[in-house]
Design a protein around this ligand. Structure first.
Ligand code: 2AM
Ligand code: CA
Ligand code: CA
Ligand code: CA
Length: 269
């Protein structure tokens, strides 16, 4: 993809995201129909679906040759990342959207032949947009984010993780190791929106985000934004991320990444 084409796509994508955010804000206090998906806490609303449909229509209109890989199933049937694929989570943090009416984001990552070119994460209620272009740096409302080059010992780190991973019965990770991690670091946080947790790592207000189960649309934009400030994003056992399937993830400041994985994370096979 040449730079002119990429800039055009980037500008259109920002426009779509702003418009989608505006539609959500206008209807934030409307009565909600809430359905459940895989379990009783896996929520979805008509707003998640309508927002993804909005992206599907906009992309088809402006870029008919591009494909959409989205959470709610209004996109294309994606088997690989050949061509230009928009990986979209229309509302990341649906539970926050429903219960708090804040702390949710729109996440759009645009990949060409598997390479992340554009990342946009929009905190809708705060009207804060995080953006990145590959090899072009990362920005928060147009202001460049600093590189993660400062010293960061594990003991002084704040790491986002879901408390589920501390329960002995969780099927993914040795809970004693995660417990030791919690005791070693400065503190934990849990915001309920993977996209926001990723931009907080990029911004340096979190030092890491460890999770056992995410989908490509949770990660697609955030990984580009973090990589642009020198952060590291891998699976929770340090391998290259799979952008087509469910995956674990460790995203962090470069100085704590391998230490956390090697000292505290043992995945259950
Ligand atoms: P969502 O709100 O778009 O569904 C909450 O800790 C984070 O996990 C959110 O980013 C949420 O995205 C995501 N999430 C919720 N249910 C999930 C599931 N079944 N699989 C993977 N990620 C999920
Ligand atoms: Ca969901
Ligand atoms: Ca999500
Ligand atoms: Ca979602």
């Amino acid at each position: 993809m040449d730079n002119t084409e990429r800039t055009l796509i980037f500008n259109k994508a920002k426009e779509f995201v702003h418009e989608a955010g505006e539609r959500i804000r206008k209807k934030i206090d409307d009565p909600r129909t809430i359905e459940t998906k895989s379990n009783r806490n896996d929520l979805v609303t008509e707003m998640d679906q309508n927002t993804e449909k909005f992206f599907a229509e906009k992309i088809k209109e402006e870029f008919p040759e591009h494909l959409l890989f989205g959470e709610e199933g209004f996109g294309d049937d994606i088997k690989d990342l050949t061509g230009t694929v928009w990986i979209v989570d229309p509302i990341d943090g649906t539970m926050n959207f429903v219960h708090q009416k804040r702390n949710f984001a729109i996440s759009v990552g645009i990949y060409t032949d598997g390479i992340g070119e554009v990342g946009i994460i929009y905190d809708v209620m705060q009207d804060v947009m995080y953006t990145a272009l590959r090899e072009g740096g990362a920005y928060k409302n147009g202001e460049k984010l600093a590189e993660l080059t400062y010293k960061k010992p594990i003991e002084e780190s704040i790491i986002a993780l879901n408390t589920t991973w501390l329960l002995p019965e969780n099927p993914h990770i040795d809970h004693i190791g995660v417990g030791n991690l919690v005791k070693t670091i400065r503190s934990t946080r849990s915001y309920g929106s993977a996209a926001l947790e990723l931009v907080y790592v990029a911004e340096g207000i979190l030092d890491g985000y460890l999770t056992m189960s995410l989908m490509p649309w949770d990660i697609a934009a955030g990984r580009i934004i973090i990589e642009e400030v020198g952060g590291i994003v891998t699976t929770a056992d340090g391998l290259e991320l799979d952008m087509l399937n469910r995956t674990s993830m460790m995203a962090s400041h470069p100085q704590i990444h391998s230490g956390v994985i090697e000292e505290f994370v043992t995945l259950k096979k």
